[in-house]
Ligand binder design. Structure first.
Ligand code: ADP
Length: 634
């Protein structure tokens, strides 16, 4: 408590110390002098006000169309300036889209005199956030009702093969990073190194050299002092510069520090790999074959480098495009930085995650009814964010409003399993994953269909796969499993669908601070079973896991950490969630330090065969800097 008071954050929600520290450093609004001017509860209210008030716009649209008002609603008595701003921007966009007509003044008359559900929605949004049952992605919490108003975490920008287009993309990247978003790019259109440049008859320097410019831009633009941006760079497996790309993060002076990189794979590569064939490397401009390389040689290089540096990962372009519901608009070539969100060029997506730990009942069963309600409310929340968002680039606004992609996911999955007494690496856990994710996907689709009836289908629906199947949808996708790196700290739960990283660990956060914590579920269960002692907690904290600790076998099994779990189970878990997820699944396949490149090859191949959309591995201590260390002796 003292520590919290020292931070000057009035904690009205019984948050963990780590949560308070993170909120203080990056989320709570500050005045000119840097003094915090809101409590965590007020932060959630700010977000709820900003996002929930959008409901009034659609009540007005229905009033204009049908002349009806919400009998179950109430009159808005008072609006904050920030709410008026977001309504005005949203109103103008909807007039542009042909959904609304008239003037903003007429709309304001309407909401002050007629009932709408906006206030009710705001209350519900506020309640589910302050109870930490649902938390939106970081930019929404940082920027809703604040100066920037940019609410999305994920963007993909096109990079064309000309100096103008490349530097246009660099500029747009800067805009996005300034507002807290992350960017992904396919560099596959850029002509290969040493190809002739028409205007000067010189030679091109190739994709990797241009990636360095994006990297430096990211390095320089710190997001309002809050965090540095992040990028995903993708190059197709048949680009002539692919081998340079695969080895690009290997350099002594760690170039491309702000990039995750992935090879864009197609099914053809794996056919070549299996038949020991060659891949033709083609000039992206002319399509002419420049050279060829044995698929096996490329594969070996990929897995050796992933073993050494964790990069490159893979993304499976065919799998992604088979699932693309709006093939009529464009193919997907890239994902956001952490890989979970495939997007078309200029698309963005806003994410939010439900904390499953809050949905286990006293009798150790899942509270499906309450979960359903929360899935519906959070789907509505994310749809509102598309209208509340202040997009940093015009083309992004247009594309995102056309497809209205949203990404509802989960966190606290490992906590839920522990509460249910089920080990992560078990068939039963896969079954629970299947039940939870199919439920989430189904219910969020249902809500998107409800919203389509209330508000209309997403504009790109015409010609989409949904139209062919005659399914009304408000959003072209609704589910994504994000890493929840920071929001899970705020919610005080295990991140995403990952197993516990450690039972006790030291967390590195911004400014070189270190936070030590013991998993609260472990502490609780130890106390319940009369096994708790200070000494035990200290012992656990030095190694991070229970492998060498003298405790009953069932507990050691239940509390297995990420590195103790066989990589195959990690991939199986990812694939199980992927089956019921519209977009991608963020998952780190953790391997112990003594894993071999072949182990990595096996995991990569399994991910492909199980229809994952991409894969990233992390071998313990294979990078010099890592965000989390297992055990305080780290
Ligand atoms: P959070 O917990 O902060 O909401 P996640 O860890 O779930 O974020 O990451 C979700 C997405 O947010 C990432 O895939 C990426 O697109 C974006 N993102 C995360 N961290 C950063 C960062 N430092 N800079 C820019 N974008 C980021």
């Amino acid at each position: 408590r003292e520590e919290k008071e020292r931070l000057g954050v009035k904690d009205d929600l019984k948050l963990t110390l780590n949560a308070v520290k993170v909120l203080e450093a990056r989320y709570l609004l500050k005045d000119e002098e840097g003094k915090i001017i809101e409590t965590p509860d007020q932060m959630f209210r700010r977000v709820a006000n900003h996002v929930g008030v959008i409901d009034a716009l659609y009540d007005y649209a229905n009033f204009q169309k049908k002349g009806t008002v919400r009998e179950d609603g109430k009159k808005i008595s008072n609006l904050l300036n920030t709410q008026i701003e977001v309504l005005e921007r949203g109103f103008n966009e909807l007039v542009n889209d042909g959904v609304l007509k008239g003037t903003f003044g007429q709309f304001m008359d309407f909401i002050y005199t007629k009932p709408t559900i906006a206030e009710d929605t705001i209350e519900k949004f506020h309640k589910m956030m302050k109870s930490l049952e649902y938390v939106p992605n970081s930019p929404t919490m940082m920027n809703a009702g604040a100066r920037l108003g940019q609410l999305s975490a994920c963007f993909v920008l096109p990079v064309g093969d000309s100096i103008e287009e490349i530097f246009e993309a660099v500029k747009q990247t800067a805009e996005i990073h300034k507002s807290g978003g992350g960017t992904g790019f396919s560099f596959s259109r850029l002509r290969n190194k040493d190809d002739i440049v028409g205007s000067t008859k010189g030679v091109a320097s190739g994709p990797v050299s241009f990636m360095k410019i994006f990297d430096t831009t990211t390095e320089v633009i710190k997001q309002g002092g809050k965090r540095r941006g992040a990028n995903m760079g993708i190059l197709r497996y048949d680009h002539p510069d692919i081998m340079e790309f695969i080895t690009s993060k290997d350099s002594e002076n760690t170039i491309l520090k702000n990039f995750n990189i992935s090879v864009g794979m197609e099914d053809e590569f794996f056919e070549k790999l299996d038949s020991d064939g060659y891949v033709d490397l083609k000039n992206p401009k002319t399509g002419k074959v420049v050279s060829r390389i044995k698929a096996r040689t490329m594969w070996d290089s990929i897995i050796t480098h992933a073993w050494k540096t964790a990069d490159p990962g893979l993304i499976f372009l065919d799998e992604i495009n088979r699932a693309n519901p709006v093939k009529n608009i464009a193919d997907i070539e890239a994902t956001n930085p952490c890989g979970e969100q495939p997007l078309m060029p200029y698309e963005s997506c806003n994410l939010g995650s439900i904390n499953l730990a809050k949905f286990v009942k006293e009798d150790n069963t899942i509270d499906w009814d309450r979960l359903r309600e929360t899935v519906h409310m959070s789907t509505r929340f994310l749809d509102n964010v598309v209208d509340a968002n202040n997009f940093p680039v015009r083309q992004i606004k247009e594309m995102t409003r056309k497809t209205r992609k949203i990404g509802l996911g989960i966190m606290g999955f490992a906590d839920m399993l522990i509460m249910l007494g089920v080990p992560y690496d078990s068939e039963e856990a896969l079954k629970i994953a299947e039940n939870v994710m199919s439920f989430l996907d189904l219910e969020s689709h249902k809500e998107s269909q409800n919203l389509a009836i209330e508000r209309g289908v997403f504009p790109g629906w015409y010609g989409s796969e949904y139209e062919k199947e005659d399914i009304l949808m408000r959003n072209s996708t609704t589910t994504t499993i994000a890493p929840t790196g920071t929001i899970s700290i705020i919610a005080g739960c295990s991140s995403s669908i990952e197993p516990l990283f450690a039972i006790a660990f030291m967390r590195h956060v911004l400014n070189g601070q270190e936070l030590i914590e013991v998993n609260p579920l472990f502490e609780e269960i130890m106390k319940k079973r009369n096994l708790y002692s200070e000494k035990l907690m200290q012992d656990v904290a030095t190694t991070g896991n229970l492998s060498k600790i003298d405790l009953p076998e069932d507990l050691k099994r239940l509390f297995k950490t990420a590195h103790e779990i066989d990589p195959e189970w990690h991939v199986l878990m990812q694939a199980t969630f992927q089956k019921y997820c519209d977009s991608g699944v963020s998952k780190t396949i953790n391997l112990p330090n003594d894993a071999t490149p072949e182990d990595i090859g096996k995991a990569y191949r399994l991910a492909k065969d199980l229809h994952c959309k991409g894969i990233t591995v992390y071998r313990d201590r294979s990078k010099t800097e890592q965000v989390l260390y297992s055990g305080t002796s780290g």
